[in-house]
Ligand binder design. Structure first.
Ligand code: SF4
Ligand code: SF4
Length: 111
C-alpha cells in the first residue's frame, strides 16, 4: 500500500512532504511531485504535512486517476530528498480546481 500525490500538488511543490518522508520516495516533475509506490512504507507522515492537501492514501477514491501517474513517473523522474524552492506563483495556485490539464510529464529541471 502507498500514498499518492494528486492534482492539488500541480504548480505548488511546497515540498514539506519531501522533508518528512523517512524513505525519500518522492520524485520531482516539472510541475508536481509523485510518490514511488514501490518504496513508500505507508507511514502516512506526508499526508498531514502537505499544505495543499494533495496527498491521500491509495484507498481514497480521490487518488484513482493519479495512481498510475505516480507509479509511472516515479520510475523516470529524479528522486528528491531535500526541499527545493517552490514554484514562484505557488500560493496563487494553491487550492485552485481544474489544474489537471497543467500536468507535465517532464522531469524537474528539464528545459
Ligand atoms: S507538500 Fe504537497 S503540494 Fe507540496 S510538493 Fe508535497 S505533495 Fe506537493
Ligand atoms: S506515506 Fe510515508 S513513506 Fe510514503 S511517501 Fe508519505 S512519508 Fe514517505
Amino acid at each position: 500500500m502507498a500514498y499518492v500525490v494528486t492534482e492539488a500538488c500541480i504548480r505548488c511543490k511546497y515540498m514539506e512532504c519531501v522533508e518528512i518522508c523517512p524513505v525519500a520516495c518522492f520524485a520531482a516533475g516539472e510541475v508536481m511531485l509523485v510518490i514511488d509506490p514501490t518504496e513508500c512504507i505507508d507511514c502516512g507522515l506526508c499526508e498531514p504535512a502537505c499544505p495543499a492537501n494533495a496527498i491521500f492514501h491509495e484507498t481514497d477514491p480521490r487518488t484513482q486517476e493519479w495512481q498510475s501517474i505516480n507509479a509511472s513517473h516515479a520510475a523516470i523522474w529524479p528522486k528528491i530528498a531535500r526541499k527545493g524552492a517552490p514554484i514562484n506563483d505557488a500560493d496563487a495556485w494553491n487550492g485552485r480546481p481544474g489544474k489537471a490539464e497543467l500536468f507535465s510529464g517532464k522531469p524537474a529541471g528539464a528545459a
